[in-house]
Design a protein around this ligand. Structure first.
Ligand SMILES: [Zn+2]
Length: 290
């Protein structure tokens, strides 16, 4: 039994020996393959090996770029949103450029109406008459007594400064305005007439509160822009608010008031409103918030 034992012992040793050889060969082969995978560089191979055993950081490294991708995607979305936003904004801009023409923003344009209103427009106790707010044809109050009294006070104060103020045109009824306007249209054409004269029903002179002011003996400056350059014109411009009058159509406000600058046309609104309008350097329309 012993030899068999020996034989089996020998077989066992032989088997172990070849197992070790085979295992070494396999490991050598694996090492060779690993080295070949990393350009036969031992350092690189060792680093790769260490990484292989610590797979976690390798995974987070892989995750990191995907996390970075998210903001990149957001940036892309933002970029596409911006891109899609732009074409949307552009069509918006285009109608904006087109709409101001038909919109009632331009106060110089008469509204497309067939009839004058039945009642005048009164805002915060102030009567308003312009191209957007006409008066009834029947509205005929005559010259306003308060406005006349205020003008007389102003003329007295101006007289102390050697200026003889006169109101050469105040109340004008509907029919008188019709006659005047039609005369201007015949002379200069409707487009030109609309810039310096009101159509009947749209004139502030029909309110009885508008005073065209000039100086006695200075008739050449009456209803002329040159009045604003005279001593009388300058005096009225700077003092009228103390008596309740405002320069109704100031320079550069044609789009708001509807009329070109008229250095001679003053409107009675009362001291409080006149002073506020003068101090703020605004128009009646702006003061009334329309
Ligand atoms: Zn006038």
């Amino acid at each position: 039994m012993k030899p068999t034992k020996k034989k089996s012992e020998f077989n066992k040793k032989f088997y172990i020996k070849w197992m070790v050889i085979a295992m070494t060969a396999i490991w050598a082969a694996i090492a060779a393959v690993w080295l070949s995978m990393h350009n036969w560089d031992t350092e690189e191979s060792m680093q790769a090996l260490a990484q292989a055993f610590t797979e976690q950081p390798a995974e987070t490294e892989q995750q990191a770029p995907t996390e970075q991708e998210e903001p990149a995607v957001k940036e892309e979305q933002a970029a596409t949103e911006e891109k899609t936003g732009q074409p949307e904004a552009q069509p918006e801009k285009q109608p904006k450029e087109e709409t101001p023409a038909p919109a009632p923003k331009d106060a110089t344009v008469y509204p497309d109406i067939d009839q004058l209103p039945a009642e005048p427009t009164i805002i915060n106790g102030i009567l308003l008459a312009n191209k957007q707010h006409p008066l009834p044809a029947s509205y005929a109050p005559g010259e306003n007594a308060k406005a006349r009294a205020a003008f007389d006070s102003m003329a007295q104060a101006a007289a102390k400064d050697g200026l003889q103020l006169v109101a050469f045109s105040t109340y004008r009824g509907f029919d008188r305005q019709k006659q005047l306007y039609e005369g201007y249209v015949a002379k200069d054409g409707q487009a030109a007439a609309d810039r310096y004269s009101a159509r009947p029903g749209f004139s502030e002179h029909q309110t009885g509160l508008a005073f065209d002011i000039g100086e006695a003996g200075q008739e050449q400056h009456w209803a002329s822009s040159s009045f604003g350059e005279t001593a009388g014109g300058k005096w009225v411009k700077e003092n009228a608010h103390n008596y309740g009058f405002i320069l109704r159509y100031p320079q550069g406000k044609e789009q708001i008031t509807g009329y070109m600058h008229e250095s001679w046309h003053f409107r009675y609104v009362g001291k409080e409103a006149a002073t506020a309008i003068y101090n703020q350097n605004i128009t009646l329309e702006e003061y009334l918030g329309i």
